[in-house]
Each structure stands twice: as C-alpha cells, then as structure tokens.
Design a protein around this ligand. Structure first.
Ligand code: 26W
Length: 811
C-alpha cells in the first residue's frame, strides 16, 4: 500500500476529529488506538470488498475453516505490517507526538481460544491470506474470552475477560447476513409442493445467528479474506415469545463465554449448543452463498471445501446433509457424496479424556432432526462395512454406541481426509488410536505437520533479529521462509554471532523490565533464561521442570558456595478451572518461586518467574527473550506443539523428548543442536502394556531424586501441605502416570550439558543461529500450501511473480 508519513498524518488527524470531535492532543491512547484501527479498516475495506467480489465473480473454489476457537492476538501491528505501512505509520505517529507502543498496548488481546488449537487456527488465517488463497474462518464471537488469570496467595483465580469493553474496531456486524439456527422441537413428515413427504420441524426454539466479519489481511498482496464469527440473539420477530429474563438469557448464553477446557472433555449441553450454533450458521451461510451462483449441487465440492478443526465442528457433516436433504430435496446418495467430498477433518489430540462423545438423549432432544441424520449415517456405515470387515472391527467404528454419539467417528466417516498435526502424531493415529479406521480407510489418512506464522512470531515480536537476518541474507526469506537457511552461512562470522548475542540480551532486558514492573522481582539479564510456556497439563510435565529446579535449590542449600550457571526459570500457563491437579502444580510453582527468590543463599543463581495471565501478547514478549525452550511432554502425548517452533525461530535451544513436532525439529536442526532426553513413545508403550513401571522403586533407589521429592512433604517448601502431599502421592504411590521419575536422571543430565555449553558464548550463539536458520520449514505458509494442494484443492489467486505461488519447499 502506498502511503507517505505526511499523507498519513493528515488523514489520520482528520479521521480522529471526525470520530471524536476534539483535538487528538487531548486524547487517551485508547482513543488514539480506536481511531487508528478505524482508519486502517477503512484503508483496506476496498481490498476486502474486491477480494470477496473476485472470489464470487470468478467462482473460485474456497475453503471454510470451521473452528470453535481462534486466538488472533492483537491485530494493529500485524495489519500494519501486512499492509506494508508499519514504518510509515510509526514515523507519522511519532511526528504527531504520539506514543506508538502505548497505542499498540491499548488493544485488547482477543482470547477466543484456549491454546495451541486456537492459535494454530489464527496462524493459518494469516498464511491463507498471505498466500493469496481463497479461504475464510468460521467461529464464535464469544462475549467473554478465556478467563484472566490472577494469582492470589499462589493460587490461580479466574476473572472474566471482558475483551469487548472498548468496542472492537476490526469487526463489521452484518445483520443482513443473519440466519436462523433451530434447537429442540419435534420432527414430522409433511407433504411438500412436489407431493413428496418431507421432514418438517415443529415447536423449535429459533435463535438468530448474527455474523461479525473481520478482515484477514494478507502480507503485502492486496488480499483481504474473511473471518466470520457468529453471535446469538433473539430473532426480532420472536421477541414476543420470550417472556422471562431467564428465557432471554438462555439465548445470550450460547455465545457468552469460551469454555476454558483444553484437552479435557466436559459433556455439557451448553457446549453442544455452541457447537451446533456456529456450525449450522456457517453451513447455512455457505449454502446461501453457493446459491448465488448457477452451479449444480454436484459441483458443490468443486467450489467449496469445509475443514473441521478437531471434532468440535463435526456436526457440520449431518448439518450439511440435513440442508441438502430437507431444504434442497437431494437424494441421500447425492447428499452423502457431496458431503464427504466437501469435508476434511484434523485431529489434535490422542488423549482419551479429550475425545468428544455426547449422550444420545442429549443430542436427540437438542437436535432431533440432526440426530436422525446421524442415525442413518451410522446405519448405512454398519451395513456397508459389516460384510467387509466383520462385526468386531465394524462395531468398534460405530458412531452411536454405549449410549453415546462419538464425534471423532462421525468426523472420520463423513470426511474424505483425516490428518494428524505432526509425523509422529499421525503415525500414532494410524497405528494405534484410530487404527480401526485406518484399516477401513487407509487413503483418508495423511499428515500435515503444524506451522507458525513467521510474520507475527519473528517480524513483529523480534524486529531486531528480523533486521539482522535482512542485513545478512536479504528479504526474500519473508515470502519464502525456506531461504532462512541461507543464514547458516554466518555460522563462523564472529560479528554476526556477537550481534545475535546482543539482540538476545536486549530482549532479555526488556522482559526483565516487565518482570520488575509487574512482579517486583529482580532478574539478572545475564543469567540463562529457561522458558516453558503452554497450558498447564500433567502430560506436558511442568512438574518435571519443577523437580529440576528443586534439585538445584537443594544443591545450593547444601553448599551455598556452589558455582553453578545462574538461571531464570520462566513459566506461563493457565489451568482449566476444574482441573484440580494442574492447579495444585500452579500453587507449587508459586510457592517454590517465593522460597527461592527470597533466599539469600540462592541470590542470582536461581530465580523462578511465573507470569500471570499467559497469552499471545505475553508470548510475544517472552519468546524473543528465551534461551532454553522446554518441550518435555511424555513421548506420545503432545500431538505437535507449536511453542517449540516459535522458540526455535527466535534462537532458543530446545530441551526435548521425542514427542510431537520435536521429532521433526530434531530432523531439521540436527541432533547435536538440541538436547534430547527421556523415554521414546515405544518405550512408554511397552511399560504401559507390561505394567512394568514401578516409580516407588526409583524413589527408593535414587537418593538425589528422593531428596527432591521429600521437599514436597517435609516443609522445605512452605505453605503447600495439601498440594505437596497430593503431588508426592501421585508420583510415588499412584504410579506416576507420566513417567517423571523415570525420565528425571536423563533430564538432569541434559540440563547439565546446557550449563556447560552456555559457558562458551560463541558455541552457544552458533547453535542458536543454526536453530533460527533451520526453522523455515515450520512456517505455516508451507503447512497451508500442503493443505491447499493435497486436501482442499484450492489455488492461489496471486498473479505477482515475486509471490508465493513460487514458494519452494524446504529441503
Ligand atoms: C473437548 C475438550 C477439548 C478442548 C480442546 C479437547 C481438545 C481440545 C484441543 C484439541 C486441544 C489442543 O489445543 N490441542 C493442541 O493442538 C495443537 C495444534 O495442533 C497441538 O500443537 C498441541 O500439541 C495439541 O495439544
């Protein structure tokens, strides 16, 4: 976009006055932010409109990414970057005497997701637009996002996240595109115009789904795609039926708040309402759109791809069937062909406790017609597969069984593609978790390793590193991240290595200032910064990290003169409010932090920082400051992980188990440039199958570990009587489900290697540089290119030669 600083100042000043009717000099940062956001939205509105018109006019195939979570992060800077006017606007605002950083911070960070799954959806939206691919998001406009986390006496307390308090400059409400979503009631058969009987619904509760659209701005390519989030309202013509406040509230509740559960399934009816609400609204709006063309129904899968992000939107399958059968009069066979060809599904977890299944009666009462459709899908599936696979295998794949509707089964049977999110994860799906389905439908299964957008996670979060890379290898890596590997040429260039160290130190100082300001903790920027940032979950093993910290504490207390590499252990993590064990671990970390940070014997040798309210914005501050990336989940449990990729891209060295995408990180960066430890997934499986793991024996035989574990119950760490005991028991007496005791020794050993390496700054920076240079393959641009070519069959609409139509695959 062409814009000079002078033009910007003039237009923006005018815009401000038009909006507020007073001089910008007297305004607050929030007002400045609001005006700037409005200015930008107007600036790209023409491209937004044109993009949409082009897709419709050229009748190109589009993908709709259905996701119950999107976690976009603040959008001001990323829109400026993608519009190509970040520097211009920064200069302009500075000339006007305004503080750009303050304006940026005024934006609420929309926490419309829990963690990896939601953030992945937003990285994907950025890459889809940046590759010029015709693609749209479909989700929920939650009135309240993921809870805000506070620590009170070291315990997690959850506060509501009123992210819309000051409005939302990026969204456009489109009442004219509203649709009705129907719940409950009964299904009957009524003669239609053609004389045939057709299912008709009676006594339904009708909810108005109102879309709010947000532009997804592509990277300097004039493309603006659409993210559509739905809000539930009472239909104006039905106001009269809502007599009580309670009845009205039931409607508002549907899109009131994001469920704070991550990988932990709670079969609540409100969640089911949410799932059907945004799925049905999305399907209806796609069908409306399609009917503007004169194409036949058979052509639908040639023009529309619908992606189901985990099982939460899997009702898209029976919902599309319902619309095609009941509203468009297609035959079952035609409708089923179209549906299967249209739908594709990604699995994001192997944890049994995260697998969605709805009690039959709940689904039947809430969605009677959809339930009938699912029953018929199931009946036909069983009929068709029985003679081929026999009854054992066939019934294990039933959608309806044991009183439940199994959503993953529905998603697999109703899609043409099923993918995992890292090589190892896909292998585990094929050969273990979903093996029954793999036997039936081997061709449906494929892997799409996750990726991250380098625009947010490097360009925006780490501007200094970005300019260093630009200086050394030019700017083509920005549109072809595979070129990052050219940076390897500087592996022995002392000036570059030194600069890399200086940039890291600066980022560490910035984070240290935040910690001082917000938490009144002094951390030494020269110490090694060790980072674990992700949801709190037993399988991710934050507790193993804690055991290592306690081990250091014990050593320092035994010998206060001990010379040891100073380290700052940084945690960021929210626990699901109902996840008691995760909350106990939070309390333990906070109690340990209090003890360690205030112990005179310890000083700078050991500090523990648990930041409150971890989210996208904090990640942008922490990741550029990180030197060690903790990716220590029990092998076989983490589907992919994506903070591992972000940290690597910013030059952190990884300490990891061979889990999720860590395996591929190892392949790209080389075994000598990361620190591997612990059991592999096969070994874990063998222990589990044989029941041959006995943590109590390890506790009894390993004095170093015994000392560490005893601090949980002997009062060494104050104020954790209940939590310490519960955690101790889970490890020693309740069989340590995640093998912490087993992996302890090799973890400690790797940590000691890290300390040794850190002493040699040149070697450390060399490995850091190799990590940065090897992270190109984890750009979401590549991931999305593969989804587009292999699953969605959609084409880039970009004609510019310089652009990524020529994106080369990483080697
Ligand atoms: C029904 C409750 C529930 C809620 C959320 C079940 C499952 C989920 C998500 C699938 C959990 C999730 O976010 N999974 C993460 O997805 C990331 C993106 O693919 C992966 O990188 C993480 O490894 C995986 O845990």
């Amino acid at each position: 976009m062409n814009l000079t600083a002078n033009q910007f100042k003039k237009d923006f000043g005018q815009m401000f006055e038009n909006l507020y009717a007073f001089d910008i000099k007297n305004s607050t940062p929030i007002q400045q932010y609001t005006a700037l956001g409005n200015y930008l939205r107007i600036l790209y509105s023409d491209d937004w409109n044109k993009t949409n018109k082009k897709y419709l006019g050229d009748q190109v195939k589009q993908v709709y990414y259905f996701s119950i979570e999107f976690l976009p992060g603040r959008m001001l800077k990323s829109n400026l970057l993608n519009l190509g006017i970040l520097d211009t606007v920064r200069v302009g605002l500075n000339d006007m005497g305004l503080d750009f950083d303050n304006i940026v911070k005024s934006e609420a960070d929309p926490a419309l997701g829990n963690g990896g799954l939601g953030r992945l959806a937003s990285c994907f939206m950025d890459s889809i637009a940046s590759l010029g691919l015709p693609g749209n998001g479909n989700g929920i406009r939650y009135r309240y996002g993921l809870f805000q986390q506070k620590f009170v006496n070291g315990y997690q307390v959850e506060l509501p996240d009123n992210w819309l308090r000051n409005g939302n400059v990026w969204e456009v409400r489109k009442e004219n595109k509203s649709v009705i979503v129907r719940f409950g009631g009964q299904v009957g058969l009524v003669k239609g115009a053609n004389g045939n009987l057709r299912p008709t619904y009676f006594n339904t509760q009708n909810i108005l789904a109102v879309p709010y659209d947000t532009g997804m701005v592509g990277y300097q390519n004039d493309v603006v795609n659409n993210l559509r989030l739905w809000s539930a309202e009472i239909p104006p013509e039905e106001e009269i039926h809502y007599h009580t406040i309670a009845e009205r509230e039931q409607v508002n509740k549907i899109t009131e708040v994001l469920y704070p559960d991550d990988s932990n399934y709670e079969g609540q009816i409100l969640r089911l309402r949410q799932e059907y609400f945004f799925t049905s609204a999305g399907i209806q709006s796609i069908v409306h759109y399609y009917k503007q063309t004169d194409l036949t129904w058979q052509n639908f899968p040639n023009k529309i791809a619908i992606h189901i992000n985990d099982t939460h939107p899997s009702l898209a399958i029976p919902e599309l069937m319902r619309v095609l059968l009941d509203e468009e009069d297609l035959s079952w066979e035609q409708a089923w062909e179209i549906t299967k060809k249209t739908m594709s599904y990604t699995n994001h977890t192997v944890l049994q406790e995260a697998m969605e299944k709805w009690p039959i009666d709940m689904l039947k009462d809430l969605l009677p017609r959809v339930y009938q459709v699912i029953e018929e899908i199931n009946r036909r599936h069983i009929d068709k597969k029985l003679p081929l696979y026999g009854s054992d295998l066939t019934y294990r794949t039933a959608i309806i069984a044991d009183g439940y509707v199994k959503m993953a089964h529905l998603a697999i049977i109703g899609s043409h593609s099923v993918n995992g999110v890292a090589k190892l994860h896909t292998e585990i799906l094929m050969h273990d978790v979903l093996n029954d389905f793999y036997q039936m439908y081997p061709a449906k299964f494929n892997n799409k390793t996750n990726g991250i957008t380098q625009r947010r996670w490097l360009h925006l979060a780490n501007e200094e590193l970005t300019s260093l890379i630009d200086d050394k290898i030019g700017i083509d890596w920005k549109t072809n991240p595979a070129e990052l590997k050219l940076f390897k040429a500087y592996i022995t260039d002392q000036a570059t290595l030194k600069k890399l160290g200086e940039i890291k130190l600066k980022n560490k100082e910035k984070f240290a200032a935040y910690v001082k300001n917000e938490m009144s903790i002094d951390i030494n920027p020269e110490a090694l910064f060790d980072v674990q940032i992700k949801r709190l979950h037993a399988y991710k093993r934050q507790l193993l990290n804690v055991l290592h910290i306690i081990d250091r504490y014990v050593q320092i207390k035994e010998d206060p003169s001990l010379s040891i590499q100073p380290r700052v252990f940084i945690f960021g993590a929210k626990a699901a409010p109902s996840y008691a064990y995760a909350k106990q671990i939070i309390k333990l970390i906070n109690a340990l932090a209090k003890l360690v940070n205030n112990d005179k014997d310890v000083g700078d040798k050991l500090k523990v920082v648990f930041v409150e309210n971890y989210g996208v914005s904090l990640a942008e501050l922490i990741i550029p400051a990180a030197e060690v990336s903790e990716q220590i989940s029990l092998a076989g449990k983490e589907a992919s992980g994506t903070s591992n990729m972000k940290l690597m891209l910013n030059g952190a060295l990884t300490i990891a188990t061979l889990d999720g995408a860590n395996v591929e990180i190892r392949d790209f960066v080389g075994e000598e440039n990361l620190f591997l430890f612990g059991l592999n997934d096969q070994e874990v499986q063998t222990f589990n199958e044989n029941g041959s793991y006995h943590p109590r024996e390890i506790y009894a035989a390993n004095p170093r570990l015994e000392k560490v574990l005893n601090t949980l119950i002997d009062g060494t760490i104050p104020d954790i009587e209940t939590e310490g005991r519960a955690i101790f028991d889970s490890l020693v007496y309740h069989n340590d489900e995640y093998f912490l005791l087993k992996d302890f020794d090799s973890y400690i050993e790797s940590q000691e290697e890290i300390d040794q390496l850190y002493k040699n700054k040149t070697k450390w920076n060399q490995k850091s540089l190799i990590n940065i240079a090897s992270s190109g393959p984890f750009s979401a641009d590549f991931t999305i290119q593969r989804y587009a070519e292999e699953i969605w069959k959609i084409d880039s609409q970009l004609v510019h030669l310089h652009h990524k139509t020529f994106l080369t695959e990483p080697i």
